[in-house]
Design a protein around this ligand. Sequence first.
Ligand SMILES: *[C@@H]1O[C@H](CO)[C@@H](O)[C@H](O)[C@H]1NC(C)=O
Ligand SMILES: *[C@@H]1O[C@H](CO)[C@@H](O)[C@H](O)[C@H]1NC(C)=O
Length: 370
Amino acid sequence: MYRYRVERMNMWISRHLVVIWLYLHFSEASPRYSNGFFYQDAMNGNGNGEIHFSGVRLHVESPRSTVAAVQGSNATLPCHYRYEPEIHTPRRTRVKWFRLSSTDGSLEEDVMVAIGTRHRSYGGFRGRVRLRREAPGDASLVISPLTVDDTGLYRCEVIDGLEDESVTVGLEFRGVVFPYYSSRGRYQMNFHEAKQVCEEQGATLATFDQLFAAWEEGLDWCNAGWLADGTAQYPVSTPREACGGAHLAPGLRSYGLRHQHLDHFDAFCFTASLKGTVYFLEQPRRVNFTEAAQACRDAGSEMAKVGQLYAGWRFQGLDRCDAGWLADGSVRYPISRPRANCGPEEAGVRTFGYPPRQQKHGVYCYMPHW
Ligand SMILES: *[C@@H]1O[C@H](CO)[C@@H](O)[C@H](O)[C@H]1NC(C)=O
Ligand SMILES: *[C@@H]1O[C@H](CO)[C@@H](O)[C@H](O)[C@H]1NC(C)=O
């Protein structure tokens, strides 16, 4: 930030040295630099070389501090700038997008720079980013397609002469939280095992915020699971005696921080939306677990993981009233439109646990899109 300001200051000074000199000698008012917000604008932008001075304030704003996107699709990070008072003459405004690559924001990675209609993108963003420019002052960044590494905090900086103003916008992937228990049974996993099973399902241990968002969307689950912060909690929408008490308000019930080796719970996993497709494999007959794995391979796919089935249900509207094998040996089916004979009245992924592997069922496969 400081670096850029000094660089531009030097350029500005050499270009306008004479003007500054004139200004200092012939203006009664002292130059007003109020922490970079106000500036005295000399010979800038009106195109006919007329010298005039005016205090103009640049505003840079974003209506959203976080954007949630679907991995593999595209995302627009909103950023708008305007002048106060309004300026009608065109200006050479420079827009610069960075990504802050450390939590304290001290490291910046260039994403793109745009001046007028020209723009340039950098590194892994090359060819994938552009400014939306739907209206004057629209400096929103469009990223298309989104890759796995694109989440994080972005900064939109608008530079006009000595002025610069910026706003930050976070990008995260939309995802779904799902409860997971071990094939050994309920409450069998310590923290490290819980972390590992989530990873095996193409997911991560959910954070408190992710579980909270899932609870807001209606997740109700009466078994405590590990979260990424080492606490064990569970979400209750409909308070009842068996789930911490009927008298308590709906919310997350917490067991607090637990011992990471000695305490055992289930897990809450989080998976981001996916680019590939999860589908029920059409077959003439039902199959055991080994045949199911082979059938997916024969179809050029792989057996779906639990996280993939949840993502397909949540983001691709997967709806199928047929129980099918998944890669972890569990049998489940996804219902988006609840109906008779397809489980409870709420949408959700129905789970039959881990039946003996010689049992015959359908199978859900996953086809990645490259
Ligand atoms: C963004 O994605 C939508 C739908 O996925 C598509 O219609 C649109 O053209 C995409 N926009 C860009 C800029 O790629
Ligand atoms: C599934 O069936 C095949 C025969 O079609 C058999 O060879 C295999 O052992 C069975 N697998 C299991 C897990 O029962």
